[in-house]
Design a protein around this ligand. Structure first.
Ligand code: AMP
Ligand code: DBH
Length: 544
């Protein structure tokens, strides 16, 4: 199989270049520029380690020579599964410099996902930590070699164990000559989709398109050389990577602080110590941070903006960000395939609390259509389709997914249901597949969750569909209470008092201690549905 490509029709590519979006900049050139302009400024903080731009660039170039010395051919894929550690940056910038293509796995992935990614990308190499977040990756690497025979090199950051032919990362260095920088129109890396509906798909992103997305994000989010960005979410995820995330921060010459875990216990002391100005969270974590902020002794006053995205942030929760954390909220609605929306820092409160923002680019085309593909009027929910200067036209080597996910004229079908509001702001109603269809009445899980969060004793809520012989589907609310003793009947009574259509009151309320989450920390509706099915089957057995 040949190296990954991402092709826009020439007329579009010409327009994106002429508009100044695609500037021919590459990742290696971006890092070299900062290393020349501010060699002694700190780029990466990982625990007690502080790498300057000069040091990061030196390490990246040494790894580039080291990877090439292994005999990897330009365009070869290398699966990178590193946590929030400094080596993530020296490795991926080293691969970029060598013209090799990192494939980003999340640290939380296990053999099933990693083997899938290695096989689909025909990865020739795999780079992992010895251990991270309490998990030893070396047995995983051993199993992976069996599952993905094309894998020739396993590189371990930390201690290899000698016997397996694993290469220690420290040994993958060299001083040999490096090739020219890669073509800016070439694929820089393969990002992965969230896999909320199956195993992750591979997303080829070019230097040109991706750098545009975070350079433009920097302007929207006010990221400059004085920004201190806390990577609390996994660094391999697209949100903390590019919206504007660590890559945007490095492009601006700012400082990236790595949190080994996103919990308040780990993140708050880092915010205080490093005077963090910006960070991004998924909604379940934002709820935890707001709760913990009430009693924390750590000084969070440097934090200017908290971004929340990855899943719908309920207005009931959004309202509480400034009062609890003392910083501004920015909602971010994006996807690894491309399109990213932000509420703007000078937007009125109503837009920041009740919408998921508007697109980055004047050339982001947004269509909202009904089930038949006809555009719906503004304010009416419909399927979101999009096309633009940093949205892919195809997944890597996946004709079946491409046929499903793109229209004939190149729009990406996001799978999201949104309402378009005046000014182009979007209100995300949920994933098309997550809507509950109760005898034809469509219920947005997110909308019901927002009402549940208004209950003073409810910490978090997730609403899913369950099969019903009469209605087709009915709704079940999983609820995490703040204090023990909350009863399902109280929750239902509360919902009946909310002045909402009666069909939106959950048919069933189940109190749980925690929600299953995806590798990126989003609530996994897939897991919840599976749990619900198991519960129903168990109950049927009891009554049989
Ligand atoms: P991923 O596949 O991990 O790239 O996830 C992208 C998807 O996450 C989007 O298509 C949306 O379904 C969801 N998403 C991301 N941000 C938001 C947000 N702010 N509000 C609602 N949904 C979101
Ligand atoms: O969920 C996402 O994938 C996401 C959310 C916010 C994303 O990719 C992004 C911003 O860039």
């Amino acid at each position: 199989m040949s190296s990954p490509r991402q092709i826009w029709p020439e007329a579009f590519a010409a327009r994106y270049r002429a508009a100044g979006y695609w500037r021919g900049e590459t990742f290696p050139a971006m890092l070299r520029r900062q290393a020349a302009e501010r060699p002694d400024a700190v780029a990466i903080v990982d625990g007690e380690r502080r790498w300057t731009y000069g040091e990061l660039n030196r390490r990246a170039e040494a790894h580039a020579a080291g990877f090439l010395a292994l005999g990897l051919a330009p365009g070869a894929r290398v699966l990178v599964q590193l946590g929030n550690v400094a080596e993530f940056f020296s490795v991926v910038f080293g691969l970029f410099r060598a013209g090799l293509v990192p494939v980003y796995a999340l640290a939380a992935h296990r053999l099933a996902e990693v083997a899938h990614l290695a096989r689909r990308s025909e990865a020739a190499g795999y780079v992992a930590c010895d251990h991270y977040a309490g998990f030893d990756y070396r047995p995983l690497a051993r199993a992976l070699r069996v599952e993905a025979p094309a894998l020739r090199h396993v590189v371990i950051a930390g201690e290899g164990d000698g016997l397996d032919g694993f290469l220690p990362l420290d040994a993958v260095t060299g001083a040999g000559p490096l090739p020219d920088d890669p073509d800016p129109a070439s694929v820089a890396f393969l990002q992965i989709s969230g896999g909320s509906t199956g195993l992750p798909k591979l997303i080829p992103r070019t230097h040109d398109d991706y750098i545009y997305s975070f350079r433009a994000s920097n302007e929207i989010c006010g990221v400059t050389a004085r920004t201190v960005y806390l990577a609390a979410l996994p660094v391999a995820h697209n949100f903390p990577m590019s919206s504007p995330g660590h890559m945007g921060t490095l492009h601006a010459g700012g400082r990236v602080v790595l949190a080994p875990a996103p919990s308040p216990e780990v993140a708050f002391p880092l915010i205080a110590r490093e005077k963090v100005t910006l960070t991004g969270l998924v909604p379940p974590l934002a709820l935890l941070w707001m709760q913990a902020a009430a009693t924390t002794g750590h000084d969070l006053s440097s934090l200017e903006v908290l971004q929340v995205g990855g899943a719908k942030f309920a207005p009931e929760a959004a309202r509480r960000v400034r009062p609890t954390l003392g910083c501004a909220l920015q909602q971010v609605f994006g996807m690894a395939e491309g399109l990213v929306n932000y509420t703007r820092l000078d937007d009125p409160d109503a837009a920041v609390i009740e919408t998921q923002g508007r697109p980055i680019s004047p050339d982001d085309e947004v269509l909202v259509v009904d089930d038949l593909g006809h555009p719906v009027p503004d304010g009416t929910p419909g399927h979101l389709l999009t096309r633009g200067p940093y949205t892919i036209r195809a997944y890597y080597d996946d004709p079946a997914a491409n046929a499903r996910s793109f229209t004939a004229d190149g729009f990406y079908r996001t799978g999201d249901i949104v309402r378009r509001l005046p000014g182009g702001y979007l209100d995300v109603q949920g994933r098309a597949g997550d809507h509950i269809n109760r005898a034809g009445e469509k219920i947005s899980a997110e909308e019901v969750e927002d009402h549940l969060l208004a209950h003073p004793a409810i910490f978090d809520a997730a609403v899913v569909a369950m099969p019903d012989p009469m209605l087709g589907e009915r709704s079940c609310a999983f609820v995490i209470a703040k204090v023990p003793g909350l009863k399902a009947s109280e929750v239902k009574a509360f919902m009946r008092g909310r002045d909402i259509a009666p069909f939106k009151v959950p048919n069933q309320v189940v109190l749980v201690d925690a929600f299953a989450t995806t590798a990126a920390g989003k609530v996994s509706r897939k897991e919840l549905r599976a749990r619900l099915r198991d519960m129903l089957i168990a109950r049927e057995k009891e009554t049989a």
